[in-house]
Write a protein that binds this ligand. Structure first.
Ligand code: FES
Ligand SMILES: [Fe+2]
Length: 375
């Protein structure tokens, strides 16, 4: 089995822009490390390891002073590069030790999202994911509702696989997503050339769509109230992008649009963060924001609760050789991208002939799993 638990040459969502300020740091366990986030004097987001190198205090309970993080124990200050900039207990004429520093991470802020690169070395991809529907001047203007970050006691693979799986709603979300028939339409998957993402669509001509009621439960009630019941299925699609972004784009016959965006980030090898957002072009008022916020919270809560209860979530890679059917294509496509990128990274790091053979064998195994489902 691969050594890596998730691809590291990727941008992962670390939080929302509004969570980070220039007074108190935000501490979050991400990619196996306790990391603090704050803003420097130029309002740029800084991400540093949370443990102070002096005596190991938690910088996450420190405060931001002059754009630096100040340790709560003896007041040492660390700048945006992680270097110690001040030691109050010694005369200013004395040198600051060279090793008085903490690791600084590569971060980027874009479209209201804070992204962190999965490795300490410089990003091989300079830009984090960018989405047209999050542009301020896109279409009729989109209204965004963000959920609070949810911590899942389940590994990255299980949480992403659940987010992209569209066969569980009748069972996991009988109230929040009522009216969907258990059988899903046939699905088309198109991989990106670099195998770092894929596009998918439910066959718009499949007669199973005629069975969709779409008028039951909270979702149905909301749709009827908002007048967005009929989907323009030719234009609806879903996407996955490395690190862990999944989104479902819906276009209605009226021309209105909505996107359900899920960003999953490994907290460590066995746990993950889940950032959810709903974006819409209609009913742009605070009351509908409130209703959608409640709905998204309940939906995400149901997902995380059930993923945590899966026995396979006690293993980093989930079940070893999952049995799959055609309706599992989106999840299998994710597995293919996930393991392909881990193998590529392992190969780049090892360079040995033996390891290359092993990686090629593992890659082939994962493709066989996907092929067996008819993809
Ligand atoms: S432990 Fe941080 S300054 Fe002493
Ligand atoms: Fe779900």
């Amino acid at each position: 089995m691969d050594n890596k638990k998730f691809p590291t040459k990727a941008w992962y969502a670390a939080g929302w822009s509004h969570e980070i300020n220039n007074e108190l740091p935000l501490k979050r366990k991400i990619l196996g490390s306790q990391i603090i986030f704050f803003r420097d004097l130029e309002n740029k987001v800084v991400a540093l390891d949370a443990m102070c190198p002096h005596r190991g205090a938690d910088l996450g309970i420190g405060k931001v002073v002059n754009g630096n993080i100040q340790c709560p124990f003896h007041g040492w200050e660390f700048n945006s590069a992680g270097k110690c900039a001040a030691i109050p207990s010694q005369c200013p004429s004395k040198n600051i030790p060279n090793n008085a520093k903490v690791n600084a991470y590569h971060v980027a802020e874009s479209q209201g999202i804070i992204w962190i690169w999965g490795e300490k070395s410089a990003p091989s991809d300079p830009n984090p994911p960018h989405y047209y529907f999050l542009e301020e001047d896109y279409g009729r203007g989109m209204r965004r509702v963000r959920d609070i970050p949810i911590f899942a006691n389940a590994p990255f693979l299980s949480v992403v696989e659940n987010a992209i799986d569209n066969t569980h709603p009748p069972f996991i979300h009988p109230g929040t997503l009522a009216g969907e028939p258990p059988r899903v339409a046939d699905q088309v998957i198109r991989y990106d050339d670099d195998m770092r993402g894929y596009w998918g669509q439910l066959d718009p001509t499949d007669p199973v769509h005629d069975d969709v009621k779409g008028t039951e439960g909270m979702l149905g009630l909301s749709r009827r109230l908002l007048g967005v019941t009929r989907l323009d299925r030719e234009k609806c699609y879903f996407r996955f992008d490395l690190g862990g972004v999944v989104y479902f784009y819906d276009r209605f016959v009226s021309g209105h649009e909505q996107v359900a965006l899920f960003m999953v980030t490994p907290a460590d090898d066995t746990q993950a963060w889940f950032f959810g957002e709903h974006v819409r072009s209609f009913a742009k008022n605070a009351l509908v924001d409130y209703i959608i916020k409640k709905w998204v919270r309940q939906l995400n809560g149901e997902d995380v609760e059930h993923v945590e209860l899966m026995l396979s979530s006690q293993q980093t890679y989930g079940i070893d050789k999952p049995v799959s059917v055609i309706a599992d294509r989106p999840a299998l496509a994710f597995r293919r991208v996930f393991f392909r990128n881990i193998s590529d990274e392992d190969e780049q790091e090892t360079h040995s002939a033996n390891d290359t053979k092993t990686v090629a064998k593992q890659d082939a195994e994962h493709e066989v799993i996907a092929d067996a489902s008819g993809t």
